[in-house]
Design a protein. Structure first.
Length: 197
């Protein structure tokens, strides 16, 4: 078996050799290259504090499972997002409960309407729209929600989402088509759907 080292012209910087006896330097570069973007994605999914824990856990799992990384099958970025998405699945129940509670807030009209200032009204409107969008996201299956948010919040390409989730690229494309069509009829306004697309 030929070992392809980081820096090789064939694989580039996002397909590092992580299987060596001293993984520290490679993981340091991997962390520097992807931790901030991964944290932003996770923070949008579960909040800042859990995101910090999930980033740390993602890199710990990656370090422990470094022998399972195959650069010929995908980039380190998509491998890390796959690990993070699997860890997120452990948080789906609480995430779903939070989205459902926020959606209930929008339905009951309990958003705070303090004062008549235009800025306050804009904030309340934004809170209501966010609550309605959260409700739409809560109605998606976990697999569809992961697919959509990996594209819209993490900025992964559909091929990278396929690598991260371990599914065929055609499945990602069909999920995205179905989700976008569903959002157009079920999301509160077209602007929110555009923000996700």
């Amino acid at each position: 078996m030929q070992v392809i080292h980081e820096g090789s012209e064939l694989w580039g910087h996002d397909r590092p050799d992580l299987g060596g006896p001293e993984p520290g330097p490679a993981f340091g570069r991997l962390f520097d290259a992807h931790a901030a973007q991964l944290r932003r994605y996770l923070a949008r999914r579960v909040g800042a504090e859990p995101a910090d824990d999930l980033v740390a856990e993602t890199f710990l799992v990656a370090l422990r499972r470094r022998e399972s990384y195959r650069p010929e099958l995908g980039t380190a970025r998509s491998w890390l997002y796959g690990i993070a998405t699997n860890l997120l699945r452990h948080h789906v129940r609480s995430e779903l409960r939070g989205l459902q509670a926020t959606a209930r807030l929008a339905r009951t009209g309990e958003a705070s309407h303090v004062g008549h200032d235009g800025r306050v009204a804009e904030r309340v409107d934004a809170q209501v729209r966010a609550a309605q969008l959260a409700g739409a996201l809560a109605r998606l299956s976990p697999a569809d929600r992961d697919t959509l948010l990996l594209v819209s919040w993490a900025g992964l390409e559909p091929a990278e989402v396929a690598e991260a989730l371990g599914i065929p690229p055609g499945t990602v494309r069909s999920r995205l088509h179905r989700i976008r069509r569903w959002l157009r009829t079920n999301a509160p306004t077209p602007e929110e759907v555009q923000d996700l697309a």
